[in-house]
Design a binder for this molecule. Structure first.
Ligand SMILES: Cc1cc2nc3c(=O)[nH]c(=O)nc-3n(C[C@H](O)[C@H](O)[C@H](O)COP(=O)(O)O)c2cc1C
Length: 223
């Protein structure tokens, strides 16, 4: 197995949302995806339930059908948030705005090209959060998502370590039931949590991103 030999801290701080540097032309083997999912299975789950499932879609017809639905979801998202540039403008000025414009452009590019990404990985978990009500609902919802999202991020880290790029995406969930039908996922019982396009990256050099300052978000002892 060939890895990039990144230190743990390099891996954690350079696993970017990759969209415009995905290599659509390079084959990704099932074996490589299996290795990344194997690592992901070391993540924690509530009560050690390990209810997770991962649907790795290689089939070009299914990828095209999912990409169509993703684009519809992306169009709805953009409509709700204004144009790409309105969206970016809403988020402050200067460097932060420039960053948001880049993210919006890059997200448009991914939506336009999603079917070209060699593998689409959809992490799934039993339960339907929209049915959860009552005083324990917040615990149940946190447990459902908390039992699949750490594994999903581990998958993305393992992928980066092997020269693959990924991007966390969610807008296909606006058409989750239709995607479930394409993939034979039992929608009534199983929640899809994300869609992770996965491809080799064009170059492997990625940098830490600009983030809000630590002191804006860290609260010691009280909010
Ligand atoms: C919960 C969540 C949902 C996201 N949904 C989408 C999406 O639907 N489409 C997309 O292109 N990017 C999506 N992203 C990616 C974010 O835009 C990206 O993580 C963010 O801009 C930070 O990127 P960076 O780590 O490369 O700086 C999502 C990320 C998260 C965590």
């Amino acid at each position: 197995m060939k890895t990039l030999n990144l230190s743990a801290e390099e891996l954690l701080s350079t696993t970017r949302a990759v969209r415009q540097r995905l290599d659509f032309g390079r084959h990704v083997s099932e074996e490589l995806i299996r290795q990344c999912i194997e690592i992901a299975l070391q993540a924690p789950t509530g009560g050690n339930t390990q209810g997770w499932h991962f649907v790795a879609v290689f089939d070009p017809e299914r990828r095209s059908a999912i990409a169509e639905l993703y684009r519809k979801g992306w169009a709805i998202y953009k409509e709700a948030n204004g144009s790409v540039f309105d969206l970016a403008r809403k988020t402050g000025a200067g460097t932060r705005r420039n960053q948001m414009v880049r993210v919006a452009r890059s997200a448009d590019y991914l939506a336009e090209n999603l079917e070209k990404v060699p593998v689409l990985v959809i992490p799934c978990i039993p339960g339907r959060v929209e049915k959860m009500t009552g005083p324990a609902a917040s615990v149940s919802i946190a447990s459902v998502y908390g039992s699949i999202l750490p594994a999903t991020w581990s998958y993305m880290l393992a992928a980066r370590n092997r020269g693959l790029g990924t991007c966390w995406t969610t807008v296909h969930l606006m058409h989750e039931e239709a995607v479930a039908e394409i993939l034979g996922i039992p929608y009534a019982e199983i929640t899809q949590c994300a869609l992770i396009p996965t491809a080799y990256t064009l170059g492997t050099d990625f940098k830490p991103a600009l983030r809000k300052p630590l002191d804006n978000v860290l609260h010691i002892d009280a909010w």
